[in-house]
Design a protein around this ligand. Structure first.
Ligand SMILES: [Zn+2]
Length: 178
């Protein structure tokens, strides 16, 4: 972010191009709004990058009115398809825990998620990026975010195997049937 308000053209230029920490911004806005209503106080999702993280993970606890999504350094080298799936996966953890987000003392860390939650988050990621792709197709939008279902599924299966998650075979089997 620029610290100047002196040149509107430069300021506009600096904020116009979408950085990876701003991907899926519309979905994030919907989620922030929905959680704010449940918690009856403002809630935001902060996507952070370049922090030396070895794993991408989402972290929430009831004491803070925000959820951190820490991006692993490796996301910088991912193609668009994989990166969108990885970020969507973390949002999937939030949707899975949605009904608990207004409970006193509730917390979660996506790294410690049970298998059922992990499976939910991967299936959600597939369908979210699939739907966004369909939306871009119908509107003639962002070509870099349009994928066929099969290539999306292949990318997802590769990501699950690379993630080192326990029960990757079990998750892949269910995802493949989507
Ligand atoms: Zn996960």
């Amino acid at each position: 972010m620029p610290h100047t308000h002196q040149d509107p053209k430069i300021t506009a230029k600096n904020v116009a191009w979408v950085d990876r920490s701003s991907y899926l911004a519309h979905t994030i806005r919907i989620l922030e709004y929905s959680v704010s209503k449940v918690r009856r106080k403002p809630f935001v999702i902060i996507v952070r990058k370049n922090l030396g993280n070895s794993k991408t993970r989402a972290d929430f606890n009831d004491r803070k009115n925000y959820c951190d999504i820490f991006l692993a350094d490796t996301v910088e080298y991912m193609d668009n398809k994989k990166f969108r799936l990885v970020l969507a996966h973390e949002l999937g953890h939030l949707f899975y825990n949605f009904d608990n987000l207004n409970k006193t003392g509730f917390s979660f860390d996506s790294e410690d998620a049970p298998l059922e939650e992990e499976l939910y988050a991967w299936i959600f990621a597939y369908w979210l990026i699939f739907e966004k792709s369909e939306m871009f197709k119908s509107r003639g939008g962002d070509k870099d975010s349009i994928f066929e279902g099969d290539e999306l599924k292949q990318a997802l299966l590769t990501l699950i195997r690379e993630s080192g998650v326990v029960d990757a075979d079990y998750i892949c089997k269910h995802v493949a049937n989507q």
